[in-house]
Design a protein around this ligand. Sequence first.
Ligand SMILES: Cc1cc2nc3c(=O)[nH]c(=O)nc-3n(C[C@H](O)[C@H](O)[C@H](O)COP(=O)(O)OP(=O)(O)OC[C@H]3O[C@@H](n4cnc5c(N)ncnc54)[C@H](O)[C@@H]3O)c2cc1C
Length: 552
Amino acid sequence: MTRRWNGWGDDGIVGKVPGGAISQLESLVGPGRPTPDATLADVVDTLPAGRLPDHPLVSAGAEDRIRHSRGQSLGDWVALRSASLGRVPDGVGRPSSSAEVRELLGYAGEVGATVVPYGGGTTVVGGLSPSDLGPPHGSDPPVLVVDLERLAGLRAFDPASGLASFGAGVTGPALESALKAHGRMLGHEPQSWEYSTLGGWVATRSSGQRSLGFGRIEALFAGGRLEAPAGTLDLPTYPASAAGPDLRQVVLGSEGRLGIVTEATVRTVPIPEYQRTLALFVPDWGRAMEILLELAGARLPLAMVRMSTQDETRTTLAMAGRRRRLGLAMRWVGLRGGGGDPCLLLLGLAGQTRIAEATAGLASKIVRHHGGVPAPDAFGRQWDAGRYLQPYLRNTLWEAGYAVDTLESATDWTRAPTLAAALVQTLNAGLDGENERAHAFAHLSHVYSSGTSIYVTYIFRRSPRPEGTYRRWLTLKTAASRTIVEHGGTISHQHGVGRDHAPYLAVEKGELGMAALRDLAARFDPDGLMDPEVLLGGTGRPVPAAESEGGT
Ligand SMILES: Cc1cc2nc3c(=O)[nH]c(=O)nc-3n(C[C@H](O)[C@H](O)[C@H](O)COP(=O)(O)OP(=O)(O)OC[C@H]3O[C@@H](n4cnc5c(N)ncnc54)[C@H](O)[C@@H]3O)c2cc1C
């Protein structure tokens, strides 16, 4: 199993996109125009030597540096696939203890390097990118990536409290497998679970697909250790405390600006005896909103509530090759008095069988009351089986000439329907200026009593030139980010800030809030060792100059 160097996931797994879905895309945004990608060998051959002096914990191998140069945002993909990487880290450190992290911070201080902590490299907001489109090495400081993969095992498990301490570099599968041996689980399941790490989740305030039931990472993170340039911060694991401000909240979402999370203790639960995803169809978006509000108000112990718009339902079922099944489902809903173009609702259940079944019954009653009907059981089972495979479709679509990206926000119930509609509209019209079309669709998930997250996927044709694809992406991303802040949404419900969202952070933090965050960074990192461009950088990605793209 080798990890793809320029896209998502394991090299050996190919996401299959049915022919029918490609025809649908062609009619929505036009025929894809694939262009060949750069090979890893091309990039290795042209990479300048690293500028860091030798250190026993630091690798300067070209392939290692390239593989640690980017995350998974679309801007990162364009850079990797076109070999226009700009700055590439000069070395990759792999500490196996907090003491070695301190040693690397000391070394970075001595040689004047910028430090970028690296978990699973799955950031989709430019959390790891030293710089775009710039010269490979200018007079800027050298970059030292600190990869936490060797700081990864289960350190301690307390069965009475259910507290489990891990090295921060542990990935989702390794963490759950270690807990399973104790009959426990964490249940934190971002769709990047295969590769993302506990330290990365803490650093980005991530949310799992079943966080409604299991809790977001801020509820699961009981304490741990941060190694900052200024010293060590140990966070004790009290079940609750009124002893002043909670310093865990300072570390959660700090995105490597304050230092490196080396250890995290999490609150685990016994593996639930009952786990299932129920799928239902709802006749239209109006009734979908009524159902969501009623489910949110009912406070049922559901692990997940996820409602797709009609457009997303159509598109995702077509991508999964289920057009025939969708046709049948639409007729089924139609026969029961609903429209012929339903919304897909997924409900996650996890817990004791008796309680989970009662919850399923109560939730289904609410859905049926608004004209919804259950989908065949296979829908829920297939979603469970395929949920980590969906991101692989992004590779296949890229190779067919299409770029796919996602973005998200959260807001209160009053604003959510308007923001969701405005985001889809903004993205659909975002490339009108260059006579191109984009196709966007959304779902609402992580349903809270006061509001909901909004998750949007958008697809557009790649330009024959990488700069053109990059500019299209930045145009859409910028328009969508502005729409989010104008409609009172947070710039991120789960992906974090990185470089891509940094220009919008001040809107929600305010002047004093931003100053306080900068003061914190200066306290933990007085000499400015940690990557200054993420979280508080504020400038975002550079826009390439407009030019004729020839052949668009
Ligand atoms: C296909 C796909 C699906 C995704 N689905 C979800 C989802 O469902 N929910 C969700 O919340 N996010 C999701 N994401 C986004 C991403 O996976 C999360 O932000 C995740 O928490 C990042 O973890 P990571 O270990 O990969 O961190 P990285 O990508 O390696 O790093 C992210 C940021 O955190 C910093 N960092 C990493 N580790 C540490 C550490 N130990 N100490 C200090 N700073 C650190 C890095 O410097 C960087 O700024 C998805 C991404 C992809 C590509």
